[in-house]
Design a protein around this ligand. Structure first.
Ligand code: URA
Length: 244
């Protein structure tokens, strides 16, 4: 049987953003940390890190935050930036404040532009982030695109050709699939994540993307369950869908 990992109480809580190790010692001394209803005062005690720990441990009467690794599904609203340190509203502002202090830190899986909405994943799992964004894995991303002008009709073939080259680049784009919904609306499935890729693809056809919303990432779909700015943690089975 696999050995259960353990961590010192102060190190564990500090890595989860509850404060410095000194802060944790203070909280413990004040009786603020419990495990299975007993108060933990000795912060040097090693705690077995089992998946049920958040249900068994509380800090100041609240259940412990989720353990690493975690994957968050967020419906990104327009107007927020996928950056840790930019002016203005950041997607990280949506999550609990303490989570900004976690180590390993939580980062977005790729980025969506400030003016793009929809399915955004965030994780503290470096391997997952790497695999989900690696062009080699060809994870499919689906965008709903609203256009300023009607489609001309040749976009689908151009995007599917594998020969389209964006301005200031020399490597052709991987084939992408266009599904026309109406003259000014389409779904676009791409497997890369180049800078402003969807907007630049349509700009190259003389059009302008007026609204961009990501609906799918791998086998994950953003249903109506999450409104703009709402988020939830993904289960292991859902995380596996990313690579489906
Ligand atoms: N393509 C874009 O142009 N913007 C995004 O946010 C995502 C893909």
């Amino acid at each position: 049987m696999a050995k259960v990992p353990t961590a010192r109480l102060d190190k564990l809580l500090s890595s989860m953003g509850y404060g410095s190790r000194k802060d944790i010692a203070r909280i413990a001394k004040a009786g603020g940390i419990t495990l299975d209803a007993s108060t933990l005062v000795d912060v040097t005690k090693r705690i077995p890190i089992t998946p049920d720990l958040p249900h068994r441990m509380s800090v100041y009467g609240e259940a412990l935050d989720p353990l690493a690794p975690m994957v968050i599904l967020l419906n990104k609203p327009v107007g927020m930036t996928c950056s840790h340190n930019d002016d203005g509203a950041l997607v990280y502002d949506i999550l609990p404040k303490r989570w900004r202090l976690r180590d390993p830190r939580i980062s977005t899986v790729g980025r969506l532009d400030k003016q793009t909405s929809g399915l955004l994943l965030l994780t503290d799992d470096g391997d997952l982030l790497h695999h989900a964004t690696s062009p080699k894995r060809r994870v499919k991303k689906t965008y709903r695109v609203k256009l300023a002008r009607p489609l001309i009709g040749t976009e689908g073939d151009l995007f599917a050709s594998g020969r389209m080259i964006l301005e200031n680049e020399d490597k052709p784009l991987a084939p992408a699939e266009l599904e026309v919904v109406s003259p000014t609306e389409a779904l676009l499935h791409i497997t890369e994540g180049r800078y402003h890729q969807v907007r630049r693809m349509f700009a190259a056809t003389g059009n302008h993307v007026s609204e961009l919303h990501r609906e799918g990432f791998g086998g994950l779909v953003l249903s109506n369950e999450l409104g703009p700015g709402e988020w939830r943690l993904l289960s292991e089975a859902e995380v596996a869908l990313i690579f489906q």
